[in-house]
Design a protein around this ligand. Structure first.
Ligand code: NAD
Length: 242
């Protein structure tokens, strides 16, 4: 029986873990070919072995400028096309700005913002030439609220929220849809950098979201008929005070 994503190629950054991996596995289950982009070569090797020929590994460190610029051309070489680009890789830092190392601020903005904009910039000519494509970005609830204990992370996510919304308008009517998913706290490696007491409170309040719940939202949006605009989706636990 034909599946929703038969014949489609989805490239997912940060695809070796957490939300990216859950989204990849959901798309694989519905017939897509996925390109997992990550800097973790060992994890990518194991995943492409586990999932077989429809799962292609692309080892890229998005913090390396040349590797970041080469990502889209390398994926096109390997997979021939990109129907879906999910810019998902990101990193987290909380705490007072005064105590944050400036080099950490650079790394966060380079990964959470610059790499997203450059990857989208690189894929647009390919999608435009075909008059079709979907761009999805993993943002965060921190990109919609001013969270005092994570100003740099929150600032980076506001930046890409705005980027998504402006790109959606700029590409309207060109066959390229742009959407984003903004989760609350998701059970993943990234939460290891959360303050321990906040993590415990989130656990106590039943406020932690599974990566598969975020993946479900992404797959739902991408499954909509092509004439339906992809909107911003927020995946929130009900009772967590951000
Ligand atoms: P995760 O740590 O499980 O996955 C992140 C992946 O990105 C890892 O596989 C890692 O190897 C990869 N990565 C990190 N730096 C990279 C680089 N320089 N180049 C290439 N790959 C790199 O975390 P996650 O929770 O799945 O995070 C995915 C996205 O979701 C991030 O953008 C994050 O900001 C966002 N997000 C996470 C949460 C949460 O609570 N976990 C909440 C909201 C939004």
């Amino acid at each position: 029986m034909a599946q929703t994503f038969d014949g489609k190629v989805a490239a997912i950054t940060g695809g070796a873990s957490g939300i990216g991996l859950a989204t990849a596995e959901a798309l694989l289950a519905q017939g897509a070919k996925v390109v997992l982009v990550d800097r973790d070569a060992d994890a990518l090797g194991a995943l492409s072995e586990r999932h077989g020929a429809r799962c292609i590994a692309q080892v890229t460190d998005l913090l390396d400028r040349d590797s970041c610029d080469a990502m889209v051309p390398e994926i096109l070489d390997k997979a021939g096309r990109i129907d879906i680009l999910h810019c998902n890789a990101g990193t987290y830092i909380g705490g007072d700005l005064a105590e944050t190392d400036p080099a950490t601020i650079d790394r966060m903005l380079n990964l959470n913002v610059n790499a997203v904009m450059k990857n989208v910039h690189a894929v647009i000519p390919h999608m435009s030439a075909r008059g079709s494509g979907d761009i999805m970005v993993t943002c965060s609830v921190a990109g919609h609220a001013a969270i005092p204990w994570e100003p740099v992370y929150s600032g980076s996510k506001w930046a890409i929220t705005c980027f998504v919304q402006t790109m959606r308008r700029q590409l309207l009517g060109k066959g390229i849809r742009v959407g984003q998913v903004s989760p609350g706290p998701v059970v993943s490696a990234l939460l290891a950098d959360w303050p321990a007491e906040r993590l415990q409170r989130a656990k106590d309040e039943g406020a932690l979201i599974e990566p598969s719940e975020v993946a479900d939202a992404v797959v739902f949006a991408l499954s909509r008929p092509r004439n339906v605009t992809i909107r911003d989706m927020v995946v929130l636990p009900s009772a967590f005070d951000i």
